[in-house]
Design a binder for this molecule. Structure first.
Ligand code: AMP
Length: 234
């Protein structure tokens, strides 16, 4: 994959939306479509917890409660990650930035690398989010997300790819979900205005009703119509 035309730096596709907006699923589609890696801060942080690193121990309580972890910590993780070779053309940010301070740090970092960003905001109605989160299951082995209604596995309770048993992610429990939604409203939603006001390319997608494949098609159209994006070739 190469990126033609635009400046020398990477293209950051920033995918953001509330918990249950389908960020994870759309990231995976975008990885295939654009051939650039997905960077999920949630996955990176869960990986630290699984491995029992110092970072993992420091964040465990906040993660379990559905609170955000400190900005400096995620900024550092993302900064280190996007400077690896596989991110030179671009990358998809799933779940980052989540605060104005993270967004400002990311814009500076990307400017330093000579890159640019496209922001995709997946908006979803509150009631839809709650019902989606209730049916959500994950494969702890490969990370694939399923949903009892919108994306059921072929065999109930079992991952299609590796037959591992599907579980409810600890932070998908109902009380934690409502805390995560509160955090989203207070800290992350204001990023729409932040990006709009700073003149970044912002694509608003209503992700409430249609199937993930249809929503992905609309993201593809929006990317294609933006200068500097949709310019990938193999
Ligand atoms: P996610 O899988 O993206 O929903 O993230 C799961 C949890 O990881 C969140 O509830 C936060 O505790 C933490 N987290 C993920 N990304 C960030 C971020 N950018 N800033 C702060 N905390 C984060």
């Amino acid at each position: 994959m190469r990126r033609d035309g635009a400046g020398a730096g990477p293209l950051a596709v920033i995918l953001f939306g509330s918990p249950g907006s389908g960020k994870g699923t759309q990231s995976r589609f975008l990885v295939e479509m654009l051939g650039i890696p997905q960077i999920s801060t949630g996955d990176m942080l869960r990986d630290h917890m699984r491995r029992g690193t110092g970072t993992g121990e420091a964040i465990a309580d906040r993660m379990r409660a559905g609170s955000l972890v400190p900005d400096e910590m995620v900024n550092r993780l993302v900064s280190e990650r996007i400077q690896l070779d596989d991110c030179q053309s671009g990358f998809i940010l799933d779940g980052y930035p989540r605060t104005i301070s993270q967004a400002a740090a990311m814009v500076d970092l990307l400017a330093g690398l000579g890159g640019e960003e496209v922001v995709i905001h997946l908006s979803v109605d509150y009631n839809v989010i709650m019902s989606r989160m209730a049916g959500r299951r994950v494969c702890l082995k490969c990370g694939t997300l399923y949903n009892a209604v919108t994306r059921p596995p072929r065999i109930a309770g079992v991952c299609d790819s590796d037959n591992a048993v599907l579980v409810i992610r600890e932070d998908d429990r109902e009380e934690v979900v409502s805390e995560r939604l509160k955090q989203y409203e207070a800290q992350t939603k204001p990023l729409v205005e932040f990006f709009r006001e700073s003149g970044k390319r912002l694509v608003e997608v209503n992700a409430s009703v249609e199937q993930p494949e249809v929503i992905c098609g609309r993201i593809r159209e929006s990317l294609g119509s933006l200068p500097g994006a949709g310019v990938y070739s193999s």
